[in-house]
Design a protein around this ligand. Structure first.
Ligand code: EPU
Length: 419
């Protein structure tokens, strides 16, 4: 086990390169197994534990997976199992994409119920509704989802809630279905568009991704392709917020500024200066920031995955801020940890009422989930004295080389083994 030890108080200055998007990569890798022929050569893959976990899972199903630096080459012609039931499958949320992908490839899938961050009830009823509408029979037995269809036939599906996972999963299943599938009330997140673009590069016929109506016309087969994953909106947002909190001037490279608009708009409202330049944004902050209200919403609204880092920033901003978390009901577990460092926050249901304090002080805290971990690192960077962040395996699931990237900006973070 390891922990991060942070000495706070430094401003952040310089440049940081953003990696490929976690939530795109963990869907694109399962999507690659639909290709019965040809190689998928995928670039800009982030070096994170969730990606390594999915790579092991698809290898275990019979695919040949060759990883080098930030690329992966997948040969799915040798895929020979529709049973995904290893410890890795149970451990991560995105393993549910194997259901849609295996259903497309074999008309059959057995996948253990997915795990992931404990941020609220995480139902998959909308995924199941979509598979059933396409003609599959779905049963849940012995902790696994079993899906089987004689054939999949395109149809209209109206999702009851906007779900990234259900939109992508049903899109995967529909790629080889007969006729046209229309997904209404679809999620519009950048990674939904990225997965659709990847599938189209493999020969799928998907139109409308990025709007709330996606049309998928089934094709005979998908084949390998070359593709590069989009930059990570959430990693970029995390560094933007860290720069705002610590003060200084940080240029965040390899981003799509359009994907960051809701985050930039909030930071500007607080008094941060932001300059866009092609595929980078520069964040300049003098740390004298005022509190704002934030409501998390599906894209293009303020992302729930940036809410926790943002809450740290609001803890040290002037006046009262309110955060309303509308996506996940338990995404405030980090607040107790922030309080150990002197934050003044009250929780009322899905709302956090934050009264800004002049300073946070170093403490021993936990990363209760992935983005909570990022929130605690930012807290440690601004706090007086030393902070120890425990349970950092959650952080390693989704942030590549986080201490190296921060240290290159002037932070002081050390990774220490715990015996
Ligand atoms: N929902 C349902 N039924 C479903 C599916 C979802 O009611 O069948 C509800 C959920 O309970 C939630 C809302 O719909 O209230 C949105 O859930 P969504 O399906 O969009 O979430 P997800 O696909 O499980 C992905 C990301 C999360 C991110 C959410 C929202 C991946 C692997 N995970 O989860 O990312 O918070 O979308 O944008 O893509 C993270 O990266 O830290 C993370 C948790």
């Amino acid at each position: 086990m390891e922990k991060l030890v942070i000495t706070g108080g430094n401003s952040l200055n310089g440049k940081v390169d953003i990696s490929g998007a976690k939530n795109a990569a963990v869907a694109i890798l399962p999507a690659a197994i639909i290709a019965a022929t040809g190689l998928c050569i995928i670039d800009n893959i982030p070096d994170i534990d969730d990606v390594h976990c999915i790579e092991r899972i698809i290898e275990n199903l019979g695919c040949k997976v060759k990883v080098s630096a930030n690329s992966v080459i997948i040969d799915s012609s040798s895929l020979n199992s529709y049973n995904a039931n290893t410890e890795d499958v149970r451990k991560m949320r995105a393993s549910y994409y194997l259901i849609g992908a295996l259903l497309a490839r074999f008309k059959k899938a057995r996948v253990e119920m997915p795990g992931g961050c404990a941020i609220g009830v995480r139902p998959i009823d909308q995924h199941i509704k979509g598979f059933e509408a396409l003609g599959a029979k779905v049963t849940i037995e012995h902790g696994s989802v079993f899906v089987e269809a004689e054939k999949l036939i395109g149809t209209n599906i109206f999702f009851d809630v906007v779900s990234v996972g259900a939109t992508i999963n049903v899109m995967l299943a529909a790629t080889l279905a007969e006729g046209t599938t229309v997904l209404e009330n679809a999620a519009k997140e950048p990674h939904v568009v990225d997965v659709a673009n990847f599938l189209n590069s493999m020969g799928a016929n998907i139109k409308g991704a990025g709007t709330d109506i996606i049309r998928i016309t089934g094709v005979e087969e998908l084949t390998g392709c070359s593709y590069s994953v989009i930059p990570d909106q959430i990693e970029a947002g995390t560094y933007m917020i860290a720069a705002a909190a610590c003060g200084g001037e940080v240029t965040i490279n390899n981003v799509i500024p359009k994907h960051l608009e809701s985050i930039s708009a909030k930071l500007i409202e607080m008094g941060v200066e932001i300059f866009e330049n092609g595929d980078s944004v520069t964040v300049k902050s003098n740390k004298n920031l005022k509190g704002v209200n934030v409501k998390t919403l599906p894209y293009p609204g303020f992302p729930t995955d940036v809410q926790q880092p943002m809450s740290t920033l609001l803890c040290i901003s002037e006046g009262r801020s309110l955060i309303n978390e509308s996506i996940w009901e338990s995404r405030f577990k980090h607040i107790d940890e922030l309080k150990k460092m002197g934050a003044n926050v009250k929780l009322e249901g899905r709302t956090a009422i934050i009264d800004g304090v002049d300073r946070l002080t170093g403490a021993i805290v936990k990363a209760t989930d992935l983005r909570a971990g990022a929130a605690m690192i930012i807290a440690g960077l601004v706090a007086e004295g030393n902070t120890e962040v425990l349970d950092i395996e959650h952080i390693d699931r989704g942030y590549p080389h986080i201490e190296n990237k921060f240290n290159a900006l002037g932070a002081h973070i050390t990774r220490v083994s715990i015996k």
